[in-house]
Design a protein around this ligand. Structure first.
Ligand SMILES: [Zn+2]
Length: 311
C-alpha cells in the first residue's frame, strides 16, 4: 500500500494505491493558499483516506506528493506561485504532520510515473509524459526511473523557443513552444467564455472560421513538435499526452498524428522514427499525478505494470 497526494492549484487529491497499482480509496478537498494551508489540506485528505481505509493507510509504506512548481532533491518546494509557496520544506513539514517520511516531486514528473504504470513496458522501456495544461511540460521515465536532470529542469520543453519573431514569454525568452501549444496559448489566441475553450476552438474551426483554423493548426503543429523534440532528444519508446487540453481526445491525437505523418512523408529520417505510432493519449479520468506521487522513489522492479497489476 502506498499513499499519493496530488496538490493542485484548486484541489488536493489523495489516493491509496495497492501494490498492483489499483486505486483502493481516494479523497479530495479544495487546496488552501500558502504554506500552512497547503500542509493542513494535505494532512486532511490523508485523514479522510484513513477513515475510509484505516488498515490500508496504517500499513502504507510511503507517502508521495506531486506539486506544481520547482522541487529539489530534498523535497523542498523552491517556488509554486499559484499556491503561494516560496522555499517550503514540504517533505519535512508534511512528514512531521503525518508521522512518516514524505517524498515530493513536481506534479508533471509524478504524473509521468503514474502513466508509466499504465503502459505496457519491459525492463528497459522508456516513456515521456507530455502534459498540455496551462503550460506545456514533460516528465521522463527512463528504465523505470524518473529522470529529473542535474537541476530538476529535464522535460521543461515548453520553454524551448521555436519562433524567433514570436511574443515574449513570461520566462523572458521569445517564441517559446508553450506560447502556441498549451491551455494558456488557446486562451490568448482564441479567447472564449466556453467552459471547454479548446473544444470551442475546434467547433469554430469545423465551422470554417479562418482564425480558429489557424490557431488549431498551430496548436497541433507545436504539440507534434514537442513529440518530435522528446523522441529526438531521449528516443523514448512512447510519448503519452495528457493534461486539460488533451480532454479533447481523439480529435487532438488525430491532428497531431496527421502533422507527424506529413513530416514523415517529407523526411526519410523522420519516417524511420515512426513518430505517429509512438504517440498516444492518457486514458480519460485516470488520476495520473496522484497515483504517480504514490510511486515516487519506488524501485523500477517494484513499479506496478498492466501485466502484474491487472488493470
Ligand atoms: Zn518561455
Amino acid at each position: 500500500m502506498r499513499i499519493g497526494i496530488d496538490i493542485g492549484g484548486t484541489k488536493t487529491h489523495a489516493v491509496l494505491v495497492g501494490d498492483n497499482g489499483a486505486v483502493i480509496a481516494e479523497s479530495r478537498k479544495p487546496t488552501g493558499f500558502g504554506a500552512d494551508e497547503v500542509i493542513t489540506t494535505a494532512a486532511a485528505v490523508v485523514a479522510e483516506l484513513a477513515e475510509a481505509e484505516p488498515e490500508g493507510v496504517a500499513a502504507a509504506r510511503s507517502v508521495g506528493v506531486g506539486i506544481p512548481g520547482a522541487v529539489d532533491d530534498l523535497g523542498r518546494v523552491r517556488h509554486a506561485v499559484n499556491l503561494g509557496l516560496e522555499g517550503l520544506d514540504l517533505g519535512a513539514r508534511l512528514g512531521a504532520a503525518l508521522g512518516r517520511p514524505v517524498r515530493v516531486a513536481n506534479d508533471v514528473n509524478a504524473a509521468a510515473l503514474g502513466v508509466y504504470s499504465l503502459v505496457e513496458h519491459g525492463p528497459s522501456h522508456s516513456m515521456a509524459y507530455l502534459n498540455l495544461g496551462t503550460g506545456l511540460a514533460a516528465g521522463l521515465v527512463l528504465d523505470g526511473r524518473l529522470w529529473r536532470g542535474s537541476r530538476g529542469v529535464a522535460g521543461e520543453i515548453g520553454h524551448i523557443p521555436v519562433d524567433p519573431d514570436g511574443p515574449v514569454c513570461p520566462c523572458g525568452q521569445r517564441g517559446c513552444l508553450e506560447l502556441s501549444a498549451s491551455g494558456s496559448a488557446v486562451a490568448r489566441l482564441w479567447p472564449s467564455d466556453d467552459p471547454k475553450p479548446v473544444r470551442a476552438l475546434y467547433l469554430s474551426a469545423d465551422d470554417g472560421d479562418a482564425q480558429a483554423i489557424a490557431v488549431r493548426d498551430k496548436l497541433e503543429t507545436n504539440v507534434a513538435a514537442a513529440v518530435r523534440i522528446l523522441v529526438l532528444t531521449v528516443d523514448v519508446d512512447r510519448v503519452v499526452i495528457g493534461g486539460g487540453v488533451s480532454s479533447l481526445g481523439d480529435r487532438l491525437l488525430e491532428g497531431v498524428r496527421g502533422v507527424l505523418t506529413r513530416w514523415a512523408d517529407a523526411s526519410p529520417f523522420l519516417r524511420m522514427q515512426d513518430l505517429p505510432s509512438r504517440v498516444d493519449l492518457l486514458p480519460r479520468g485516470f488520476p495520473a499525478a496522484a497515483v504517480g506521487a504514490a510511486l515516487i522513489g519506488v524501485e523500477p522492479q517494484h513499479l506496478p505494470t498492466p501485466e502484474n497489476g491487472g488493470r
